[in-house]
Each structure stands twice: as C-alpha cells, then as structure tokens.
Design a protein around this ligand. Structure first.
Ligand SMILES: [Zn+2]
Ligand SMILES: [Zn+2]
Length: 125
C-alpha cells in the first residue's frame, strides 16, 4: 500500500458582497471575502483543513484586511453579516500592495522579480 499525501495551501472565495464607501480611497466599491487555509490531502483528496484565515479585499483600491475567524465562519455559513469598520484589521492599503522598489536605481515593480530587471540589484520584500 502506497500512500500519496501532501500539505497544500488553498483559497476559497466566499459568496459575499457588500457595497461600501471606501475609507481609504474615498470611492465606492465592494468588499470581497475569501479564506485561505492549509490542508492535508490523501490521494489528492483534502482530508482536513486548518489555519483558516479570512480576508476582506476592497474592489476599489485593493485594500486588504483580515477579519476574526468567528465572523468569517458566519459569512462562510451564509449568514447575513454586515462588516463594520471596527471588524476589519488592515493588512495593507492597496496602492502599495506587492510593490517592490530597487534600492539602487529606484525601479518599481509589482512582479515577483528577485532581481531588478534594470540593474540586476537583488530586490527584497
Ligand atoms: Zn478603496
Ligand atoms: Zn535597479
């Protein structure tokens, strides 16, 4: 008997839409909720999940927040939850999301480059 198993990282979009007036960029947008988790699979079938984290992203500027697991679980169950500002824990403001800046030549990129494409300086972050 050979067991094929693995530990992977999953993401699930939740069925949640809330219209907002964004406090960061001042535009109208929506909150999207998704969940990230680790899962253990056996023969490519997920057996159990753990380390669930719920995230909220605004569609206007891409700001990223986390919300409490309890609240996320309620959204996942399909409850009619209205997210308040006090429920959201800011992870980053969208405009700087994933931005890397070369310390040598100042080149900015959102791509996952390990080295600056202009001057080959190693990029951190
Ligand atoms: Zn915004
Ligand atoms: Zn550079």
């Amino acid at each position: 008997m050979i067991f094929i198993f693995g530990i992977s990282n999953g993401r699930k979009e939740l069925d949640y839409h809330q219209s907002i007036l964004c406090t960061i960029c001042g535009k109208y947008g929506r909150y999207l909720v998704f969940m990230e988790y680790m899962y253990f699979s056996l023969f490519f079938i997920p057996v159990f999940k753990w380390n669930k984290t719920y995230y909220v992203r605004s569609t206007c500027c891409g700001a990223l927040y986390t919300i409490d697991r309890e609240l996320g679980n309620r959204i996942a169950r399909g409850e009619n939850v209205i997210l308040q500002e006090s429920d959201l824990h800011l992870v980053n403001k969208g405009c700087d999301f994933g931005l890397k800046r070369c310390s040598r030549c100042g080149y900015e990129t959102r791509e996952d480059y390990r080295y600056c494409p202009k001057c080959a300086n190693p990029l951190d972050g």
